[in-house]
Every structure is written in structure tokens, then in C-alpha cells.
Write a protein that binds this ligand. Structure first.
Ligand code: FES
Length: 115
């Protein structure tokens, strides 16, 4: 199956995150893209604690200081670059990273998780 266009790379600025819907392992899933130190990361928008969208309030993915991702449901805190939960009810668990490619300034999901 062809890679799925998600967004332009420029749509995600430094320390910005945006939610999308994309096909992962054959199913439409909520996903999000986040950029830190120039590097783009795509994850399933699904908290490993109880499966909530991280942006319980749509579009709010970060801790108030902006340094980490935060699940709005019960407050789990995640490293942006690895998806590792470092505080909260699922400490030690990880967000699910997604495989993607950047081609000519556009971001394409390749349709699978990255692990
Ligand atoms: S669902 Fe995310 S911390 Fe509980």
C-alpha cells in the first residue's frame, strides 16, 4: 500500500505538536507529530496508561513549561525524543513511535510502527 501523506514538514515548527489521523497497521489511528531540536517525531496519539488521547484538550500536548509531552487525562509526562514516560501512572512505559519518511518537504506515514 502506498505511503500516506500526513503534512508538510514545515507544518510542525520547533516545539510544536499537531494531531492527525493516519493509517497504521491497516487501521485509521489518531497520531501526532512533534518537533524538538529540529527532529520530527511521530507517535500514536494514545497514552500507554489507559489509552486516552494525549491532547485531552485538543491541541494541548505539552507540559506548561513546554519541555515534555503530557497526557491530559491523568498527567503522565513523556520525553519528546523517545516517548518514554518519566512520571505519572505509566512511568517506564513508552508512546508508540511511527515509521515515516520525509520526501521533498512532505511527511509520509509508511503505515507501521517504528519498533
Ligand atoms: S490515560 Fe494518560 S495518564 Fe492516564
Amino acid at each position: 500500500m502506498a505511503d500516506e501523506h500526513i503534512c508538510a514538514a514545515d507544518d510542525i515548527g520547533e516545539m510544536e505538536a499537531r494531531g492527525y489521523v493516519g493509517r497504521v497497521d491497516g487501521m485509521q489511528r489518531n497520531i501526532f507529530a512533534v518537533r524538538q531540536d529540529g527532529a520530527l517525531h511521530l507517535y500514536l496519539n494514545r497514552c500507554p496508561h489507559a489509552g486516552a488521547l494525549l491532547d485531552h484538550i485538543q491541541g494541548q500536548f505539552f507540559t506548561p513549561d513546554g519541555g515534555f509531552l503530557r497526557c491530559g487525562m491523568h498527567g503522565a509526562i513523556f520525553r519528546i525524543e523517545s516517548g518514554e514516560c518519566i512520571d505519572g501512572p505509566c512511568e517506564g512505559a513508552k508512546l508508540t513511535p511511527l515509521a515515516f519518511e520525509e520526501r521533498a518537504g512532505e511527511i509520509y506515514l509508511t503505515g507501521t510502527t517504528a519498533e
